[in-house]
Ligand binder design. Structure first.
Ligand code: MG
Ligand code: ZN
Length: 185
């Protein structure tokens, strides 16, 4: 059976939208990074489905509830659609570190769920994040790793210790340009 397994997995905060140490708790606080939604649209046009894998411990901490998270994601989808983009699914971990779950990155649980759901080959699937834990989660399963320098990305790069083979891009826009150009897409 052959069908498109072209998929890109994105962290959310610091990759698609502006991050905050005080958490993104409401749709009003959800602000797209310039060019990120256009990058998603460009990936879609090249035949890639885009999904999000995001730690959202603000839920477990009681900083916001599921209704607020759903409202943020509705805003994200509307904003993406306004520039011709689409996010196929949002996988999130609502737990705190104390919960010791299997889905909070750097644990690979969210990415494993995506792998199984979309039946993809991790070595041919990019994971894009701004934090070391995004890359560590991907490294466990052999994903193609990409760091963007938005959000926590510049600090992450400066701290060093990136998993072997991690590629670095200025932002999501440049990830999309670089990734598609390498493949003549
Ligand atoms: Mg992030
Ligand atoms: Zn979890």
């Amino acid at each position: 059976m052959t069908f498109s397994k072209k998929l890109v997995i994105l962290d959310r905060d610091g990759v698609i939208n502006v991050d905050s140490d005080a958490f993104i708790k409401s749709p009003d606080e959800w602000i797209a990074i310039p060019g990120s939604l256009e990058a998603i649209a460009r990936l879609n046009q090249a035949g890639y489905r885009v999904v999000v894998a995001s730690n959202q411990s603000g839920i477990g901490r009681g900083l916001f509830d599921m209704a607020a998270l759903n409202a943020m994601h509705a805003k994200m989808q509307r904003a993406a659609a306004a520039v011709g983009g689409r996010i196929d699914a949002v996988f999130f971990c609502p737990h705190t570190a104390d919960d010791q779950c299997e889905c909070r990155k750097p644990k690979p649980g969210l990415l494993k769920m995506i792998m199984d759901r979309f039946e993809i080959d991790p070595s041919a699937t990019p994971v894009v994040g701004d934090a070391l834990r995004d890359l560590q989660a991907g490294a466990v399963l052999g994903f193609d790793l990409h760091l963007v320098l938005t959000g926590k990305g510049a600090k992450t790069l400066a701290a060093g210790g990136l998993p072997e083979g991690t590629k670095v891009h200025e932002d999501l826009k440049h990830f999309a340009l670089d990734y598609l150009a390498e493949r003549d897409e």
